[in-house]
Design a protein around this ligand. Structure first.
Ligand code: GAL
Length: 650
């Protein structure tokens, strides 16, 4: 029995640990003990439970059944495992709908999203919010001091199954109240949104609808307000549970974020958490979320994209206080992507090592045993439904032994790359083309940095508003920040290192209007964006030095003689303009041009680059270099051969 809570303190170097997701309510009691002992023998430290268990805990309103959970925690804890206890608000039981018939979220057509799967609630429904707090409080009171509970998870995967935006009556009422708090006066809202356009003025906040089902597009300011409101609803929902847990427990509280889900501001939610986690499904993502060509999907079908997981490791390390885990990692084929191949031997270990190299305190596998029933019966686990060991099992055993004596030091980072959830929403609202996505723009830049062997911190704009944070980096890359706070403009302008702005930097006001003076309107940058255009995928524009402008570009005027144009398009437009350590990139580049520009800018900033072999990536910490081979062929690095799925630690 362990009562040591100090093991949760964030301390470097990190001693990484492993875990799994377990559903005692889905298995006969006789199995619990055997499962718990086997987990411990395998070398697992953590077991996450209960996040979908409301239907068992409270099968009828007010009739609470705790004994099974008391026993399950006891069995797991006695086996030496540390329990992460989930609050079950992602799966309200059926009776909840009888009590609150209007608690369901509604889709854009106003249709309620029915019971029969999960996440069937609207974040704005205050009745359901109270129910979820009631349940979290009951759990916190009962288990807050339980010595086996070492961490909490609130809910499960906010945003999964497209559940942030709701067009319900509750959301409409919530939106009106939110707008009233933001603007106070309806004329102020009309003015800020530019409602004189198309006679869209309102006389009162009660007249404002959610921005769905309009004849043509709604006002971009209206969309943006709705997105900010929706994100704030997630924060409020989360915080309400965090507060009641913290009132009764000292164990740290977390939530599991997802891959490429950007519908709420993760930084804002993370402010209320002690650590963040995310759920990593590399093969599912390659098919479903990486905007990849078919060739790329074929080449990496059993390995996953070489950059997508690392991008999220770096993103989620940056959104909160730096403490993060992988809460769910794919152990074999998943069930939900368009195609679901099995991973190449070694990949489960590689993905886990990569997370650890990027600073994960723990990596947990979803799930312990494959369920033979219901929606996820085709999803693998560490064990098959008959409890025999799945192919990944031995990899996890090996890894558990490898990490035992392996403290991981802080990253040795070359470059900061900015990611801003609000910019993501702005690009979604005004993409200016069918093929532009802010996420892809930032991800393209990240890939180029990694292909040059660089280790990256992904940082939110709010941290860079601190000059001390800015000044830590030799190079800051800030593409696509559509709206920029004046403080951010100021700190970036005065950064000690090199800064690359653009494209589309400060292109909009906070209310999604074009600013005058025209953007970027930064003294340190001798450029003005006169206009912009988007490009068809089959009409890229060549650059003088090779490679292409793709998707989107701006037409610049250069003010005075201060700027040197170091990249031109063949039709004579400036693409990269330098003024001392400040650079403005006016276009989206293809990978070959991105990599050249990265290399050249790194040379200016005295950062050493090293071109990575195809599919090989590196992460540097203060003490080690970790190399990962995602390719389906062996590669040589520093006189070592790394096999496909191999990891080299130096
Ligand atoms: C995650 C989710 C899990 C499980 C898993 C399947 O998104 O949190 O509960 O559904 O996907 O891959």
């Amino acid at each position: 029995m362990s009562t040591d809570k100090s093991s949760h303190q964030f301390a470097l170097p990190i001693k990484p640990t492993l875990g799994t997701c377990y559903y005692p309510e889905q298995w006969p009691r006789e199995k619990w003990q055997e499962d718990a002992q086997q987990m411990a023998q395998l070398g697992l430290t953590w077991v996450r439970i209960a996040e979908f268990s409301w239907g068992v805990l409270e099968a009828k309103p007010g009739e609470l059944k705790w004994q099974w959970l008391d026993d399950a925690i006891e069995v797991l804890g006695q086996a030496g495992l540390k329990v992460v206890l989930g609050t079950p608000s992602a799966t309200p039981p059926r009776w909840m709908l009888d009590k609150w018939p209007d608690m369901l979220a509604c889709d854009e057509n106003g249709h309620a999203r029915k019971f029969g799967s999960r996440r069937h609630y609207c974040f704005s429904h205050l009745g359901y919010r109270e129910e979820s707090v009631r349940m979290a409080q009951l759990m916190a009171k009962r288990y807050g001091n339980n010595p086996y509970i070492h961490a909490w998870q609130v809910d499960n995967e906010y945003g999964c199954h497209d559940t942030i935006y709701s067009y319900s009556e509750a959301a409409k009422q919530g939106f009106r109240t939110w707008l009233q708090q933001q603007f106070r006066d309806i004329d102020a809202l009309n003015e800020a949104w530019g409602n004189v356009f198309w006679s869209m003025q309102y006389n009162s906040f009660e007249q404002i609808e959610l921005p769905n089902a309009t004849v043509t597009e709604a006002n971009p300011a209206h969309y943006m307000a709705y997105r900010r409101f929706s994100s704030d609803q997630v924060c409020d929902f989360n915080l309400a549970q965090v507060q009641v847990i913290k009132a009764h427990s000292k164990a740290p509280v977390s939530h599991n974020f997802m891959g490429r889900i950007t519908d709420f501001d993760h930084g804002a939610v993370a402010q209320d958490l002690d650590f963040v986690t995310w759920d990593s499904y590399p093969l599912g993502f390659l098919e479903d979320r990486v905007n990849a060509t078919t060739d790329h999907q074929c080449q990496y079908e059993r390995q996953g994209d070489p950059d997508f997981q690392a991008f999220h490791h770096d993103l989620y390390r940056g959104v909160g206080n730096g403490r993060w885990w992988v809460m769910e990692q794919q152990p074999g084929p998943v069930n939900w992507a368009p195609y679901n191949p099995a991973p190449l031997p070694g990949m489960v270990r590689l993905w886990s090592w990569e997370a650890i190299a990027h600073g994960a305190e723990a990596v947990c596998y979803f799930r312990w045993r494959q369920a033979p029933f219901a929606q996820e019966q085709m999803h693998s686990g560490l064990l098959r439904p008959d409890s025999s060991q799945a192919p990944c099992y031995e990899q996890v055993r090996q890894l558990a032994q490898e990490i035992e004596q392996f403290p991981v030091s802080k990253g040795k980072v070359d470059v900061a790359l900015v990611f801003d959830y609000h910019a993501q929403w702005a690009w979604e609202i005004q993409p200016h083309a069918a093929n532009t996505s802010y996420f892809d723009l930032v991800f393209d830049c990240y890939k180029a940095l990694r292909k040059q062997g660089l280790s990256v911190d992904i940082v939110p704009p709010s941290s860079l508003q601190l000059q001390t944070c800015c000044d830590q980096y030799e190079l800051i890359w800030a593409p696509g920040l559509m709206h920029m706070h004046s403080l951010l403009k100021q700190t970036l302008s005065q950064a000690k290192g090199h800064v690359v702005w653009g494209p589309r930097s400060a292109a909009k006001t906070q209310q999604m209007a074009i600013p005058v003076p025209l953007p970027p309107n930064v003294d340190a940058l001798p450029v003005t964006v006169l206009s912009c255009e988007s490009l068809r995928p089959d009409r890229p524009i060549a650059l003088d030095n090779g490679g292409y402008v793709v998707n989107y570009r701006e037409i610049l005027s250069i003010n005075g003689s201060l700027g040197d144009v170091i990249e031109h398009s063949e039709d004579g437009e400036p693409v990269l303009v330098q003024c001392g350590k400040q650079l403005y990139l006016s276009a989206w580049l293809d990978q070959s041009a991105w990599q050249r520009v990265v290399k050249n800018v790194c040379a200016m900033a005295n950062i050493t680059t090293q071109k990575m072999p195809e599919g090989v990536r590196r992460r540097n910490t203060q003490t080690h270099s970790f190399w990962f081979n995602y390719d389906n062929k062996p590669h040589q690095v520093d006189a070592h051969t790394i096999e496909p799925g191999g990891v080299l630690i130096q």
